[in-house]
Design a protein around this ligand. Structure first.
Ligand code: SF4
Length: 458
């Protein structure tokens, strides 16, 4: 596909395009992960407790190539993939730890785990209630979300896992095996029927989990039909993925990697804009031969790689890390796209960063990079009313305020209208902010409440 990439050889002389076995570890295998032996028995027990509640999955590539074990437990990729005690509230941790120590009966343990999970806001921003579209007869369409006019999200059922799991994942509920908490569909025909009817939709975002865990033939079943003229209104196909980080061999030596490249090139050549929405948190994810070869190979198909990821305590709450990440992305031909605020779900207490600090980090990082890296927007909260960006902190008429704007809104008219929140140095999410200047409510509040009431009644 790309002669330059084919010529690349890793140090041991094997080709990056040789198949590499995918070796994965979950909670049951914690004791088999060799480098964990350097941790104390107590630390390993803590991991077992936390990973009973929150999903854990890592693979050999992450263990061998991304984590610097000399820096553990502070290594950012270790924090990104391995469970940490602070991820559970003390009362939740103590409850599950006591049951595990007492070797409690399975059903008692499962009940406790279930209760803790439900206390962790498994579906933030009303995803289950407010974003699922309905068909002509009023039935909810599983595996789809339609929040903003022009974009439909699709969750193919074969893509509801990832090559490894991020500890802070806001979609963690997808992975814990609880059917009530899953959003997924295997219905290619339902997706196509919905898109056929909704000609206002220009963008399809295929997401998960990670759609790149799917075999190419499944991805093809969903995407190839979109090349028919009846889908001309679908101009952009986005694929949300962290495979470039967690398993770059998916794009190199996997048995259907060549077929994947052909599919991507075919979509691009047919006139669609295809964007791989790559999830990156730290520049270390870009710093291996395999990661860089995979990036070059994807780019050679004409696909645009856009990078986005949340700002997370213990992983990347440092302007220098973001500046280096954005610079490396630009160097590798990736477009920096979003810095998100950690969402209000799961282990948020461990990972969240106050909004004012998030803005400072963004500002200090963006000042260090050239114009081409200043395409990164943020810090942005994907909240139920819309995507709200913190534009800054300032003083107006003697009052210290946050300046906010909608990047996306449930009503498109809200977008780009600055609004103001009272300064609060502890707030970490939109629902903790209150309007500035003594206003009783946000300019969008009444309308949002009525949209919400309408959706919840459906
Ligand atoms: S790659 Fe995305 S969906 Fe998968 S675990 Fe990480 S944050 Fe969650």
């Amino acid at each position: 596909m790309n002669a330059q990439v084919h010529a690349l050889k890793p140090l041991d002389g094997a080709s990056l395009f040789d198949p590499v076995p995918f070796k994965v570890y979950t909670q049951r295998d914690l004791d088999r992960i060799a480098p964990l032996a350097r941790l104390s028995p107590e630390q390993r027990f803590e991991m077992k407790v936390v990973s009973s509640v929150l999903p854990f999955r890592v693979n050999q590539y992450v263990i061998d190539e991304l984590i610097d074990w000399r820096q553990v437990p502070d290594d950012p990729i270790f924090q990104l993939t391995f469970p940490q005690r602070g991820m559970l509230a003390p009362e939740h941790y103590d409850r599950i730890a006591a049951l595990l120590r007492a070797e409690a009966p399975k059903d008692e343990l499962e009940r406790a785990i279930d209760e803790v999970r439900h206390a962790l806001n498994p579906h933030p921003a009303d995803q289950m209630q407010m974003n699922m579209p309905v068909d002509d007869e009023g039935h909810r369409l599983d595996g789809m979300q339609h929040k903003y006019r022009e974009t439909v999200l699709f969750f193919p059922s074969q893509g509801q896992t990832c090559h490894a799991y991020c500890t802070f994942c806001f979609r963690w509920a997808q992975f814990v095996g609880d059917k009530d908490l899953r959003i997924a569909s295997s219905e290619a025909s339902a997706l196509h029927a919905y898109l056929r009817q909704h000609t206002e939709v220009t963008d399809l975002l295929v997401t998960g989990g990670d759609p790149m865990v799917m075999k190419t033939r499944h991805l093809r079943d969903y995407l190839e039909p979109l090349l028919q003229p009846e889908f001309d209104h679908i101009q952009t196909i986005r694929i949300g993925s962290k495979a470039l980080t967690f398993w770059p061999h998916r794009f190199l030596g996997a048995d259907d990697a060549d077929d994947l490249m052909r599919l991507l090139a075919q979509l691009v050549e047919s006139g669609k804009h295809v964007a791989l929405m790559a999830h990156y948190n730290h520049w270390k994810e870009l710093d291996t031969d395999a990661a860089q070869a995979a990036i070059r190979r994807v780019r050679a198909t004409g696909v645009v790689i856009r990078a986005q990821g949340p700002l997370i305590a213990h992983i990347n709450d440092d302007p220098a890390v973001w500046a280096k990440l954005w610079k490396m992305e630009v160097k590798l031909g990736i477009v920096p796209y979003y810095m998100f605020v950690e969402r209000d779900t799961g282990a948020r207490n461990y990972f969240e960063v106050p909004l004012v600090r998030a803005w400072e980090i963004y500002q200090q990082a963006i000042q260090q990079v050239s114009g081409l890296a200043r395409t990164a927007r943020g810090p942005s909260m994907s909240a139920s009313p819309g995507k709200v960006e913190i534009q800054g902190v300032t003083e107006i008429a003697g009052e210290k305020v946050f300046v906010l704007r909608f990047i996306q809104g449930r009503n498109p008219d809200w977008v780009q209208r600055p609004f103001f929140a009272k300064y609060d140095d502890k707030a970490t999410w939109l629902d903790q902010l209150v309007p500035a200047f003594g206003e009783e409510k946000w300019f969008w509040q009444d309308e949002y409440q009525s949209i919400r009431a309408q959706k919840l009644a459906t």
